[in-house]
Structures are given as C-alpha cells and as structure tokens.
Design a binder for this molecule. Structure first.
Ligand SMILES: *Cc1c(COP(=O)(O)O)cnc(C)c1O
Length: 363
C-alpha cells in the first residue's frame, strides 16, 4: 500500500502504565496514577448528577453547532459565539489546525521540549519542524522562535504553561512576541493548564484576538475541569480563523453527553477554584521537597512538576511503581534525569514523598 513514507519513522502514542496493570505486576492493593495530569479531585459533583439524568435518548446525532456549550463559553469568556470552535479534546484541535495550515513547503516552529502532538501532526502533514531549544530556565526561547520563523512558517506553537516543564510566560512577554511574530503565521497559545496558573502576571490573551488576527487560544476541559474522559477542547480566535478551521473539523466531533457535562462543569466555578487552591498548596510542597533535597525543579504554574531524580529516570520510575505511584519518565519526554509528576491530593503526595525518600537514600 502507498502509506505516507513518514509513517515508517513514527510510533503511536505510548500511554503510561495503567492502574490495573501496575496492581497486577507489583501485587499492590492501591495504585495512584500521577502521570497524565488528570485532576486528582475528579470533576464537579454536578456532572455525575447530570449524567444520571441522561439515561436514554442516544439515537440522535449531536448538535453540529454545539449551541449550548458555545453560548455558555462565549458568555464566560466575553467573546462572540462565532469566535469559538469546539473539538474532541485539544489534541484534536492540534490536528485540525495542522490539517488546515501545514503541507510540504511550509514549516512550523515550536520549543524543544514541549507537547509532542505539535511535531507528531506536522510530520504527518509533511511540514518542516523547526524546534528551538528551551532556555536553561525552561522557558520557551521566543527570541529564538523569531530567528527561525520566516514567510513559510504556517504555525508557531506557544505552550503556556508549557508541558512538560510547567513554565509560564507572563502576559507582557506574550504580547511582545505577538507584536514581533510574522503576521502570516498562526500563533497558537496552548493554554491547557491556564486555570491552574496563580502567578499575578497572568493576563487574558482572549482580549487580543481582534488586535492580532493571527492569534488562536486553545483550552481544554481535560485538566482543571477534570473531564479528560469526555474529550472536549475549544479554541478562541477571530471569526475568519474559526471559519477556516470549521471546514476541516469533523461535523460531529464532540458528543452530546460530553457537551452537556462540560456545560455543567463550566457553571461550577467554585469547584474549579477549590481545585486550583488545593493544587497550589500541594505544588508548594513539591517545591519545598526539591529544595530540602537539593533537587532541581522547574517553576511550575500547572498541576504537575518536572523534578530531578538522582538516578536514571526510568529506574526512579520503577521505584515509584513499587510504591504504587505511576509517574512519567523524563527519558520519554526529552528531559532525561527528571520525572514529571502530576500533583495529587495531600495524601497521595505524602505517599509519593516517602517513595522519593527511598530513591534519595539508595541512590
Ligand atoms: C493535556 C494537554 C493537551 C490535550 O488535552 P486534551 O484536551 O485532553 O486533548 C493539550 N495541550 C497540552 C499542553 C496538554 O498538556
């Protein structure tokens, strides 16, 4: 068959270990998955109530226009409904944007390291990938981005806060970058972890979508809203950008139950705020733990930390697994010597630190 040649060099997404598998392999009763940045507090209790009320009527296709969630999001963010696009997780938004803009002869600019789906999709579309090494601080090297971007650059990916470092770029830095980035390139601000940011320097980039007609902001219900299983993301950009992307999107890309669950979750901002507050408290414990034990840690504004381990990252992950903790090895993320840990509940983190103590003692 005539597969795209690039596929022979690619691998499917490698998921972390599952809780069931780790229980079996290590003979454990309790296993905590702190590997995929899911919300350890679950989702708004209103979501479960909503789902119980929807026990039938599954034969109809979802609303193509996604009116309910679209209206609520437009009110929540103060943007026009036509300035929104809803996708099957922000993973699918990356695919939609890449399909619409990338092809052989174009290039796309991103950090190294960052969210791997940008490069993954660019390969499939045959675009050239221009990766710019991150600064020692873990920040995107935006000056470097400007140096490598040219008139053939179709998409610039700014992951803010960045996965897997957790680093956050203040609002004025983003604005300055938008002033200087080529107007012919779509600048995608992937704000999957936006809700977790507690820095006073956080701004609202959505206010700039009319000022910069090459700006798109991507958000998701998977992380702070705790709805990863439903697969719902959305983009905010000016109407012209949304109209083009809408041609590429599959008509029924988000399902009825997911759309309803997201509406309910969006309405419960109190739950969201409680999660953000608890996450910040727990995040500070990781910072303190790293300091006490003289381990490097990137300055996270998210619900995960990228922290140094005093041995090979895969070996450290093995020790965590034996203690019932699934975390992500930096060897897979392009950050050897580090592990990425999703910040759990107070109890989960206390248990994780015990496992970490063993790693430090036995290094
Ligand atoms: C988790 C994550 C996403 C994907 O989120 P989904 O909406 O679940 O597809 C997108 N971008 C970044 C940076 C992420 O970490």
């Amino acid at each position: 068959m005539n597969w795209k040649p690039i596929l022979s060099t690619m691998k499917p997404y490698a998921p972390g270990r599952s809780i069931a598998e780790v229980k079996r392999t290590y003979g454990l009763q309790e296993v905590n998955k702190l590997a995929s940045n899911e919300n350890p507090y679950g989702s708004s209790p209103e979501v479960a109530k909503f789902l119980q009320s929807r026990a039938d009527q599954f034969e109809m296709y979802p609303d193509v226009y996604t009116s309910g969630l679209r209206t609520n999001l437009s009110k929540h963010h103060g943007v026009d409904p036509e300035e929104l696009l809803i996708s099957n997780g922000s993973d699918e938004m990356v695919t939609i944007i890449s399909r619409a803009l990338l092809q052989p002869g174009t290039n796309t600019v991103m950090a190294s390291v960052t969210f791997p789906q940008y490069a993954h999709n660019a390969k499939i579309e045959g675009a050239e990938i221009r990766e710019v090494a991150m600064l020692d601080t873990g920040d995107h090297d935006l000056e470097g981005f400007l140096r490598v971007a040219d008139e053939k650059t179709a998409i610039i990916w700014v992951c803010n806060p960045n996965n897997p470092t957790g680093n956050f770029l203040p609002s004025h830095v983003i604005k300055d970058f938008l002033d200087r980035a080529p107007k012919t390139a779509l600048v995608v601000l992937d704000e999957a972890y936006f809700e977790f940011v507690t820095s006073a320097e956080q701004g609202n980039a959505m206010q700039w979508i009319h000022e910069y007609d090459n700006l798109l902001i991507s958000r998701t219900f998977s992380k702070a809203y705790g709805l990863a299983s439903f697969r719902l993301g959305y983009a905010v950009a000016n109407k012209d950008i949304i109209a083009e992307l809408n041609k590429v999107r599959n008509p029924f890309n988000s399902n009825t139950l997911a759309l309803g669950a997201a509406e309910v979750a969006l309405a419960d901002q109190q739950f969201l705020q409680e999660c953000v507050t608890k996450n910040e408290t727990e995040r500070n414990r990781y910072v303190a733990y790293a300091k006490e034990n003289e381990l490097a840690i990137y300055p996270s504004e998210t619900n995960f930390v990228l922290i140094e381990v005093p041995m090979d990252a895969d070996e450290a992950c093995e020790v965590f697994l034996r203690h019932g903790y699934i975390v992500r090895s930096g060897n897979l993320l392009g950050t050897p010597g580090y592990v990425r840990i999703t910040i759990g509940t107070e109890q989960q983190n206390t248990g994780l630190f015990k496992a970490f103590d063993e790693i430090i003692t036995n290094k």
